[in-house]
Ligand binder design. Structure first.
Ligand code: FAD
Length: 498
């Protein structure tokens, strides 16, 4: 472990929280190492609804601090990563018997004005008998509200944070498990087991950002007595063939008081989710149940004119929210806010345990962790991420289409759909992926859909991709489109490069 035998800060976990903390810390001048036991974003951070949002529904739970912070983050993150983050419009059809129209309008007015909106358009009222968004719905919906939030490619959000951290000098170890964290001479001795075999690293401070495994790290690797801080709440999504032709999302209120979203997904699909139920199992085994599938199909079919059926399901995914256990009775009521707990001090060695949080608040969570770190290790640098750019994000938020056109002029021999996908994923770094390619023949071996060896090699060399799953489901979503033979060919190709 050449670069990180001894570091200021060791981060456990390569989800959005760990990656954001590592990035912020190394950017302030601390020496940092991070270990992720599987692939980056292989835990909860690739299983989200993928919204950068204030969380309209959290207003009902009086989570004003969270909503305020999250709303303000929408445009901060959009500016930071205008390739992987984009604005969305959500339509909320109103009908009698659920939340009254006045309450919804008031909630949306708060939503509009609490969050420092500059570029995102405000809420408007819709006549669903005339607006295009009324078309796919059952007849009878007249009144709707349309409001703004943003979309993020969650897994790429993690990888780009990790990439930026590594570019600034952090040591990022994937497929490397932290097996032991013990106090040692005023700091910590951390044992790792992974790609490079078994190793030890010394650190002055440890950040436990292990998501659903945070208590497990406390009681296991750290050897502490029973920790019961985290409430594991499962959420599942289904992906069906595109249900409608416009680009708006829906927020549907259900009779049980919950809401689900219907979101245009990867051009040809619609994403429907999510569920909310306590999860007693092992986070790595989480998957959708029949009951959740029925729930999502039933809730969507309450609204869409054409019922959504099982045979339309193309893919499903599930994740576990690592919420702070605030004792709420129902899973959907447990706080979505984050909680940081510091254990120890500079003399004895300090550990910061991270609970909860959202993709949306990950940058702010990292700043809060850095405040705690400064309290232990002394200040270094200043908060810097608010006006920063993630790799590939060096253009204005509203300039995405212009950037695609520019790339098209530079690579006129390549298909426009491929260039658009690459701009969405890599932003200005699409040029690093494509290099001097003039036509698809220059992109190397074809692995199905629009995936070629040149991109795969880029992902291995710059984004820690190791397996076909990493490439097809986290660095890209090409997995939605390829055959089992393509997957096997990609797996063999990756193995041959090791
Ligand atoms: P994780 O992403 O799980 O990362 C923790 C990592 O630690 C894992 O990759 C794990 O492998 C690693 N790890 C664990 N133990 C060890 C060890 N011993 N050694 C090394 N590595 C270890 N948020 C939003 O903002 N918008 C949304 O729309 C949204 N929708 C959601 C929908 C669902 C269904 C769910 C489940 C969550 C959603 N969230 C959303 C919340 C968001 O996804 C999570 O808050 C966030 O991903 C948690 O990130 P994390 O880094 O804490 O955990």
């Amino acid at each position: 472990m050449a670069t990180s035998d001894s570091v200021d800060i060791f981060v456990i976990g390569g989800g959005i929280n760990g990656a954001s903390i590592a990035r912020d810390a190394v950017g302030r001048g601390y020496s940092v190492a991070l270990a992720e036991m599987n692939d980056l974003a292989s835990g909860t951070s690739s299983a989200a609804t993928k919204l950068v949002h204030g969380g309209l529904r959290y207003l009902e739970h009086y989570e004003f601090r969270l909503v305020h912070e999250a709303l303000a983050e929408r445009e901060v993150l959009w500016a930071e990563a205008p390739h992987i983050i984009k604005p969305l419009r959500f339509v909320l059809p109103h009908h009698k018997g659920l939340r009254p129209a006045l309450v919804l309008r008031a909630g949306l007015a708060m939503y509009d004005y609490m969050g420092g909106r500059r570029l995102l358009p405000p809420t408007k009222t819709l006549d669903l008998t005339k607006d295009i968004t009324g078309k796919p719905l059952k007849p009878g919906y007249r009144l709707g509200f349309e409001y703004s939030d943003c979309w993020v490619d969650d897994a790429r959000f993690v990888v780009l944070n990790a990439r930026d951290a590594a570019d600034k000098g952090a040591a990022v170890h994937v497929r490397t498990k932290v097996t032991s964290v013990r106090r040692d001479a005023g700091g910590w001795l951390i044992e790792l087991d992974g790609e490079a075999g078994r190793q030890s690293v010394r650190a002055k401070l440890v950040v436990n950002a292990a998501g659903p495994w945070v208590d497990h790290v406390i009681t296991g690797a750290m050897g502490r007595n029973g920790a019961h801080n985290v409430r594991l709440v499962k959420g599942s999504h289904i992906v069906v063939r595109k249900l409608y032709d416009h680009d708006r999302c829906y927020m549907f209120q259900n009779a049980d008081g919950r809401i689900i979203f219907s979101i245009p997904y990867e051009d040809d699909f619609t994403l429907i989710g999510t569920t909310d139920e306590d999860y007693p199992g092992d986070p790595k085994d989480v998957k959708i149940s029949d009951a959740e599938t029925d729930y999502l199909l039933g809730a969507a079919s309450e609204y869409f004119a054409k019922p959504v059926t099982r045979d339309q399901i193309h893919w499903t995914y599930s994740g576990v929210r690592p919420l702070f256990d605030d004792g709420a009775s129902a899973a959907q009521e447990a706080t979505r806010d984050y909680v940081l707990k510091v254990d120890g001090d500079a003399e004895a060695g300090a550990a910061i345990n991270v609970f909860g949080g959202k993709l949306t608040t990950s940058r702010r969570l990292a700043e809060s962790v850095l405040e705690k770190i400064e309290g232990v290790l002394g200040a270094k640098g200043k908060p810097w991420t608010k006006t920063s750019r993630l790799p590939g994000g060096g253009f204005e938020p509203l300039a995405f289409d212009a950037e695609v056109r520019r790339l098209g002029m530079e690579y006129s021999g390549l298909p426009g759909t491929l260039l658009r996908r690459l701009m969405r994923q890599y932003g200005t770094k699409a040029r690093d992926v494509l290099g001097d390619a003039k036509s698809v023949d220059d992109l190397g071996r074809h692995f199905g859909w629009d995936l070629y060896a040149r991109e795969v090699v880029y992902l291995v060399e710059h984004e820690w991709a190791r397996t076909a799953q990493d490439v097809l489901w986290r660095r890209t979503k090409v997995g939605l489109r390829v055959s089992a033979e393509d997957v096997a060919a990609l797996e063999a190709y990756l193995a041959s490069r090791k």
